[in-house]
Write a protein that binds this ligand. Structure first.
Ligand SMILES: N[C@@H](CCC(=O)N[C@@H](CS)C(=O)NCC(=O)O)C(=O)O
Length: 215
């Protein structure tokens, strides 16, 4: 068995953050497929009892530990590997600030937006989609402005803040109905910088479950 197991599925940008980190640090890891769309596994009592009481993916298993919340998983891997780690107290606080912003306001809206627009059956209410899109545009504008003066979120090198923020941003534009890279040039350049890191992989090449059966 590999050292790390990641409970995940290909369409989850929340899980992609951790899968990407594991790959970039060269960890010995394997995915554990969670059937989210077919069997709704995270909603089952067994999953909540044995894997994650919060009913979410990702979960990072390491020995006796089962960690959830991608920001916690990224922090754990950064502490253990020394890679993508914010170093000073100021850097740690700054990384945490961007990870919380990301989880709540950027990918925290972008993931549900894509889900309701493209993956849910039936699709979401247009009024809800419109609300989410306005919040997403605001958050992407904030990120694009930050990246005008910073090659990476904290400065000159990539950290877990970057790996959190890329969560959903490599998925195909047609899944969102708008092209983030085309609309936000600083985000586009930053995505290319991260994509150039050795061992970078696309979410659909890193995690199981793509394409969805029958789609
Ligand atoms: N803030 C969490 C979000 C995790 C999350 O919402 N994961 C989705 C899958 S992409 C999920 O499991 N949703 C099930 C639910 O909310 O009931 C993280 O970063 O890990």
């Amino acid at each position: 068995m590999s050292e790390y197991q990641l409970y995940c599925f290909a369409q989850s940008g929340n899980a992609y953050r951790v899968a990407l980190m594991l790959n970039l640090i060269g960890a010995d890891w394997e995915p554990v497929f969670v059937d989210f769309f077919g069997k709704g596994v995270p909603r089952t009592p067994e999953y909540r009892e044995n894997v994650n009481e919060m009913g979410e993916v990702p979960v990072l298993a390491h020995g006796d530990r089962k960690l959830s919340q991608s920001g916690v998983c990224l922090t754990y891997l950064a502490e253990r590997s020394g890679k993508f780690r914010p170093e000073s107290e100021d850097e740690r606080l700054e990384a945490l600030r961007w990870i919380i912003f990301d989880n709540q306001k950027l990918n925290g809206y972008l993931g549900p937006y894509r889900f309701l627009r493209t993956l849910a059956r039936p699709p979401g209410d247009p009024i809800v989609l419109g609300f989410l899109k306005a919040r997403i545009d605001n958050a992407l504008g904030i990120l694009n402005k930050r990246l005008a003066s910073h090659p990476y979120i904290l400065g000159e090198r990539p950290t877990i803040a970057d790996l959190s923020l890329v969560g959903y941003l490599y998925y195909p534009a047609d899944e969102f109905g708008f092209d983030i890279a085309a609309e936000y040039p600083n985000i586009a350049a930053w995505l290319e910088r991260i994509k150039a890191l050795p061992a970078w992989k696309h979410p659909y090449d890193l995690m199981p479950g793509h394409p969805l059966p029958g789609r």
